[in-house]
Design a protein around this ligand. Structure first.
Ligand code: PLP
Length: 279
């Protein structure tokens, strides 16, 4: 008799709910998105859907209609009636027996949540501390896949050190990005961030920050920096959908600038907030 055990209950294998046989759980075989709303309006929905479609395509997950995803996201958001919401959704390749390549007759599973965004005012006002951690991730970090164990371990390490974000450093001593954010440095009026490629996520917030920066005195440089360079940077910040721009005031125990959010960072935050209002 084929059986399964769920917590402490034995059930016949045939009676298992498909959710227990999700390839997302077995293999991290799925892709996801996180987007947000500002004051009742979903922000950058098309950018997120485009990135999601790309993630599906790069992982050969087929049978997903992006127009249907858009409808689901909007419907759920309207139903939740949360003005400043975090919208998470994922698609996994489907449910079936645990076999790496047995995927005939399975269809993608969709899951979505709409929850209240945590208030980031304190972090945005006072800045956060960050610490470095080795970038242990795979070689396709441009895909927003459900395989986040390396990110989770990095973030736990940061938390243990009293930091809010882990900044990932690759084997060549170069900073790639945060465990769940893009990373920026301001060095002598230059805004520096890792170039797009397979080793970072094409962050939507990163893209917007680079657009906004065109309206400032900052020169944009998409190049890698080392932790030593970050330690000596004039300003640092992270960028992520759920909190947009968050100043970094301490990097691996060393104060950044004068230990308060930098002037360019504040200017970019201001411009970001103005852009959101016009959205
Ligand atoms: N980099 C990583 C590894 C992330 O997980 C995230 C967001 O979760 C980001 C960057 C920021 O991406 P976005 O601006 O699209 O939220």
């Amino acid at each position: 008799m084929q059986i399964a055990m769920v917590q402490d209950k034995i059930v016949p294998f045939e009676d298992l709910a498909p959710v227990y046989l999700d390839r997302g759980t077995f293999f991290g075989d799925g892709v996801y998105e996180v987007l947000r709303s500002y004051d009742g309006h979903i922000f950058a929905l098309e950018d997120h859907l485009k990135r999601f479609a790309r993630s599906l395509n790069e992982t050969n997950i087929t049978g997903v209609d992006i127009d249907d995803i858009r409808t689901k996201v909007v419907e759920a958001f309207e139903k939740a009636k949360i003005d400043n919401a975090k919208i998470y959704f994922h698609i996994t390749r489907g449910s079936g027996v645990r076999d790496h390549t047995s995927i005939t007759n399975i269809k993608p599973n969709f899951f979505l949540t709409v929850t209240t965004l945590e208030d980031a005012t304190e972090q945005k006002t006072n800045g956060i501390k960050v610490s470095t951690f080795p970038d242990w991730r795979w070689k396709r970090c441009d895909i927003k896949s459900l395989n986040l164990l390396a990110n989770v371990l990095a973030k736990f390490d940061a938390q243990k050190k009293g930091c809010s974000e882990a900044i990932l450093v690759n084997d060549n001593d170069q900073i790639t990005e945060g465990s769940s954010s893009a990373f920026f440095a301001v060095i002598q009026s230059k805004l520096v961030t890792h170039p797009l490629g397979k080793d970072i996520l094409p962050s939507i917030t990163r893209k917007i920050v680079l657009e906004i920066a065109r309206d400032t005195d900052l020169e944009v440089l998409e190049k890698t920096i080392t932790p030593a360079q970050a330690k000596n940077a004039d300003e640092l910040f992270i960028a992520v959908t759920t909190r947009d721009i968050v100043p970094v005031v301490e990097f691996d125990g060393q104060m950044t600038g004068d230990g308060t959010p930098g002037k360019y960072t504040k200017q970019l935050m201001q411009k970001f907030a103005e852009m959101v209002k016009r959205f």
